[in-house]
Ligand binder design. Structure first.
Ligand SMILES: [Zn+2]
Length: 353
């Protein structure tokens, strides 16, 4: 809940507030109004507390009517209040799994994904973008929509791999993943511009069962004009869209937009973003003008780097274990255990994706 305007109504039975050192600062039963006074927190209009504080209630908390799991951390900055949920790492891992994979996936495929999610999350904690916000909830990082209603298969996958992370040369690996590669994964260098030794392109046809193994999308003329405008080209009825460059795996790297005397190239990733990730499922595609619009046909779903989730599932169905799956997509990495086991950490509390 970034940038939540104060004051906020926090409700719960026998609420207790501590500072990070563990000293009890305040107690309240029922509800309390919180507001920020500069960088301090006004608790019920009576007490001023140094930011941040941790609050917990045995029966759970609700904030502005929304239920929050477990403990929360509240911080104040420049007159605004920020709240993040503090959930145990393994609970967070199973919750992310439940949003990113179908429950029908093989247990070994879910275990492989659990290790990838945990590693990615612990790396994000080690290199936070914001000291109050360990993992941004939403598509920028991993999807997190609370810890309720997490299926048994997802919890079992987190439990089966509890504390396991992937290392490359002794440090945490950046374990990116995607839905379906469509035949060959993409290198990190081709997606983000920086080569990563363990994120190279590997062949994969184990994702054939994915609904996005092959896809087609019909883009109408008006939609094409709108996408072109988003990329800085004010086009007329003569708009042309074509692929202007490809990566070594065959994915589009550049698209060209043509209208009148204008011809502009744009990054293919920007084109996909403007058109919508669910419409243009990957950059491994062809664009053909047809009937006033365009027919896009492609392979796979997602950026293509790192683990192919549907490929992992295909491997698991043929008998591979999660370690084999991880070794295939994250080259020359090694499994390791987190030192001291997983502890609680602050994860994003129900932000908007
Ligand atoms: Zn694949």
């Amino acid at each position: 809940m970034e940038g939540t305007p104060s004051p906020l109504l926090l409700a719960g039975d026998s609420m207790r507030a501590w500072n990070p050192a563990g000293s009890l600062l305040a107690e309240e039963n029922g509800s309390v109004r919180l507001s920020a006074a500069g960088d301090r927190i006004a608790w019920g209009g009576m007490k001023m507390l140094d930011s941040p504080i941790d609050v917990w209630s045995p029966g759970g908390l609700s904030l502005a009517g929304k239920r929050l799991p477990g403990r929360i951390r509240i911080s104040a900055r420049n007159g605004g209040i920020r709240v993040v949920a503090v959930v145990p790492l393994e609970v967070y891992v199973s919750a992310v799994l439940s949003r990113e994979a179908p429950p029908t996936f093989h247990p070994e495929a879910l275990s492989a994904l659990a290790v990838a999610v945990r590693t990615y999350t612990v790396l994000a904690i080690a290199t936070p973008r914001d000291p109050d916000y360990d993992v941004v909830a939403g598509v920028e990082d991993q999807v997190f929509e609370g810890v309720e209603n997490v299926g048994a298969g997802f919890r079992a996958a987190a439990e089966a791999t509890r504390g396991e992370v992937l290392h490359y040369q002794g440090g945490l690996a950046r374990t990116v993943y995607h839905s379906t590669c469509g035949g060959r994964t993409e290198s990190a260098g081709a997606v983000w511009g920086n080569d990563v030794a363990y994120l190279r392109s590997v062949p994969c046809d184990d994702c054939r069962d994915s609904p996005a193994w092959r896809w087609e999308y019909r883009m109408g003329r008006a939609e094409g004009v709108r996408v072109a405008l988003a990329l800085g080209v004010r086009a007329g009825d003569d708009l042309g869209i074509e692929i202007a460059g490809r990566t070594p795996t065959g994915r589009a790297s550049q698209v060209r937009l043509l209208s009148g005397s204008v011809a502009r190239e744009a990054k293919a990733a920007m084109f996909r973003r403007a058109a919508g990730y669910a419409a243009v499922k990957s950059l491994w595609m062809e664009i053909v003008p047809v009937g006033g619009g365009w027919r896009l046909t492609g392979n796979g779903y997602g950026h293509g780097a790192g683990m192919c989730q549907w490929g992992g599932n295909g491997m698991a169905k043929k008998g591979s274990g999660y370690k084999e799956i991880l070794a295939r997509y994250y080259l020359r990495t090694r499994l390791a255990f987190l030192p001291g086991g997983p502890g609680p950490f602050a994860g994003g509390a129900g932000g908007t994706p």
